[in-house]
Write a protein that binds this ligand. Structure first.
Ligand code: A2P
Length: 349
């Protein structure tokens, strides 16, 4: 059959990309609706050349809907996802609301599609920074085992939503115009007390601070990695940094594998044959992944693969991807495509 699909948060930075990914998806779509807040209700939105009106999100929005993609913030997901499931709708949730719940699959299709088989209506899309790291590291883990990950991120502002994108644009113009007062009301984190300019800056805070002085974003990378790879023994530490880039998260990833005598060429060989990865690694030609060149691409780009100078099982990689696509909208639509291919678009077990 064909599906009735809904996007929750259709006007947002991720929701807009979900629409684009669905326009180009093989998923058989019978009908589609675009849901957002009251503020957006009645505004026009076009899908495959047809104009639709945005509707206000209410519980009954999900009546007759088969698949809903949620990206309107964690509190909206907590409020509406179960209501949607109750109405027979499968929810693919891009927020952090359900990711660590035991019975809810947390899925990167290249890594753990099998986990979809156990879904009970809600499937969680991992954090953007986690997703691209999983795509890059899973093939290495399959080949050589993975003992430890130390990652530092260089994250784009679009991951913080439309209002953060606009804030960075305004700040940048203000600074270039030599204005003395540069406003900051959202970043580093709308839910925290203090705000700092991101323009011409680097902010080592994404989300609020939590245990052991790590931020929530850093804990997400730690906990989600262990859940997706189904291995609680992997050592993971993260430092997450917001930089003034519009789209494309970059990551400096240090790994220690469980096999001796592996060379960077071995790792590059594996990466170049892996699903969803494009290896860009020609130092002599100055070829390496960049945020700007990752924009609008669905793949994860990996380069700068090199051995650690001291640890014989240690390697460094530079991992880049479009945070709105593989990090969010594309991963969600890819999950929908897999559910369809696996005949899992149904609620109940
Ligand atoms: P709206 O544009 O009507 O506010 P972003 O992540 O870019 O900030 O986007 C957030 C998305 O979530 C937007 O589509 C926004 O719609 C939507 N949203 C925010 N609050 C609500 C709400 N109370 N009900 C439904 N959608 C909401």
């Amino acid at each position: 059959g064909k599906y009735s699909v809904a996007i929750v948060g259709a006007t947002g930075a991720v929701g807009t990309k979900m629409k684009e990914m669905l326009e180009n998806s093989s998923l058989p779509i019978e009908s589609i609706k675009f849901l957002a807040s009251k503020r957006s209700a009645g505004k026009e939105i076009s899908f495959k050349g047809v104009t639709y009106l945005i509707e206000e999100l209410v519980n009954d929005s999900f009546e007759g809907v088969d698949i809903a993609l949620f990206s309107a913030g964690g509190s909206i997901s907590k409020q509406y996802a179960n209501e949607a499931v109750r109405r027979g709708c499968v929810v693919i949730d891009n927020t952090s609301a359900f990711r660590m719940e035991k019975d809810i699959p947390l899925v990167v299709p290249e890594v753990n599609s099998e986990a979809l088989k156990n879904h009970q209506g809600i499937i969680a899309n991992p954090n953007c920074s986690t997703i691209q790291m999983m795509v890059a590291l899973e093939p290495i883990r399959q080949a050589y085992g993975l003992d430890r990950i130390i990652v530092s991120t260089y994250q784009a502002v679009s991951g913080a939503g439309m209002s953060a994108i606009n804030e960075l644009k305004t700040q940048t113009s203000q600074m270039l115009a030599g204005e003395t007062k540069v406003e900051a009301n959202i970043l580093p984190c709308s839910g925290d007390e203090k705000h700092y300019p991101l323009a011409f800056n680097a902010l080592p805070q994404i989300d609020v601070f939590s245990e052991d002085d790590y931020t929530n974003e850093e804990w997400k990378m730690v906990n989600e990695t262990k859940k997706i790879m189904e291995d609680d023994t992997i050592k993971v530490s993260a430092t997450c940094v917001r930089i003034p880039v519009m789209t494309g998260h970059s990551e400096s990833v240090y790994i220690e594998i469980k096999t001796d005598q592996v060379t960077p060429d071995d790792i590059k060989n594996i990466l170049s044959q892996s699903e969803g990865i494009i290896l860009e690694d020609e130092p002599k030609e100055q070829i390496y992944p960049q945020a700007l060149t990752s924009v609008d691409k669905k793949e994860v780009f990996v380069g700068r693969v090199r051995r650690d100078l001291d640890v014989t099982t240690g390697f460094h990689l530079w991992v880049v991807s479009d945070n709105l696509l593989k990090g969010a909208a594309w991963n969600s639509v890819q999950i929908a495509e897999r559910l369809h291919a696996m005949s899992l678009v149904r609620v109940n077990n």
